[in-house]
Design a protein around this ligand. Structure first.
Ligand code: WAQ
Ligand code: MG
Length: 266
């Protein structure tokens, strides 16, 4: 293992005190100035409007990043929100999460109060995050240059090589590396981004188109967790640096039935 130093670079931009864009990654020293430039450019040219405040954090990591592979990617071509809900229920309950918990997560996300971070729910749907308004923010994750090139190629075959998918996959890959996490439900808070996903270690990152109607301005994330120290999980999600250095297969459309049968795939 190399002893070179790594840095977490995080950007958050806003306009008139509301959030516009964000980005983050883990990089070597030689990449710092280019990445800072790229993130600044991104904040200034975002389609939600030009930022009037950009916050950049550059932090040397005290720990060598843990190297992991990405979750495999697939899409179930759900026709509408109801079908997406049904697919979520089938897949998430197959790993031990109760229907009640999945329904509760949908209910909380649809209540219209978008949180900055994710909810933590036990398999019965009881909320466990210490700050119920903010949730838990996952940070300090990134992808190596070589893995990023491979990911762009694999997603590109399905027309999915964009930063929304890549960033969500990197986040989910970090989250599901931790054994206490059984599943995840994610719905974007972008009113025009209507594809959400669910994830489990067994099924991978499963995209669900039309999980919400166009124009709905709220979204959210829930991590379904099982017994263990919530404190340690939160520390991992927020602090432990994780770098993706291997990309698992990215397939196109898969039927729900097939996905349920492929459960044992890792
Ligand atoms: N940690 C924890 N929760 C977060 C984080 C984070 N770093 N970032 C966002 N969230 C929560 C927060 O409640 C947001 O409202 C919600 O997740 C959705 O975040 O493959 O863009 O950034 O096509 O809007 C899915 C891509 C995109 C599906 C998800 O999420 C696909 C997306 P957003
Ligand atoms: Mg968003």
């Amino acid at each position: 293992m190399s002893r070179r130093s790594y840095y977490s670079i995080r950007m958050r931009s806003g306009r008139s005190h509301s959030h516009v864009s964000g980005a983050e990654g883990i990089y070597g020293k030689d990449e710092l100035s280019n990445v800072v430039k790229e993130f600044t450019q991104r904040a200034l040219t975002h389609d939600k409007g030009r930022a009037d405040e950009i916050r950049l954090t550059v932090e040397e990591l005290k720990e060598t990043p843990k190297r992991i592979s990405s979750l495999p990617v697939a899409t179930i071509n759900t026709r509408n929100a109801e079908a997406a809900m049904k697919a979520s229920l089938k897949i998430l309950t197959s790993v031990g999460i109760t229907e009640r918990a999945v329904e509760e997560a949908y209910r909380a996300i649809s209540a219209g109060i978008t949180m900055r971070g994710a909810m933590l729910m036990d398999i019965e749907g009881v909320r466990l995050e210490p700050d119920l308004l903010r949730g838990v923010r996952v940070t300090r994750m990134g992808i190596t240059k070589a893995a990023s090139t491979d990911l762009a190629r694999k997603l590109g075959r399905h027309g999915l090589n964009n930063s929304t998918v890549k960033e969500a996959l990197i986040l989910a890959s970090k989250v599901h590396r931790y054994r206490m996490v059984l599943g995840e439900l994610c719905i974007s808070d972008d009113p025009y981004y209507t594809t959400g996903y669910i994830a489990t270690r067994a099924h991978g990152y499963v995209r669900l188109p039309r999980i919400k109607k166009r124009g709905v301005p709220f979204g959210g994330r829930a991590f379904f967790i099982t017994g263990g120290e919530v404190k340690d999980l939160i520390k991992y999600l927020q602090q432990t640096p994780v770098l993706i250095n291997e990309i698992k297969p990215c397939t196109g459309a898969v039927k729900l039935k097939e996905m349920l049968q492929r459960k044992s795939r890792k």
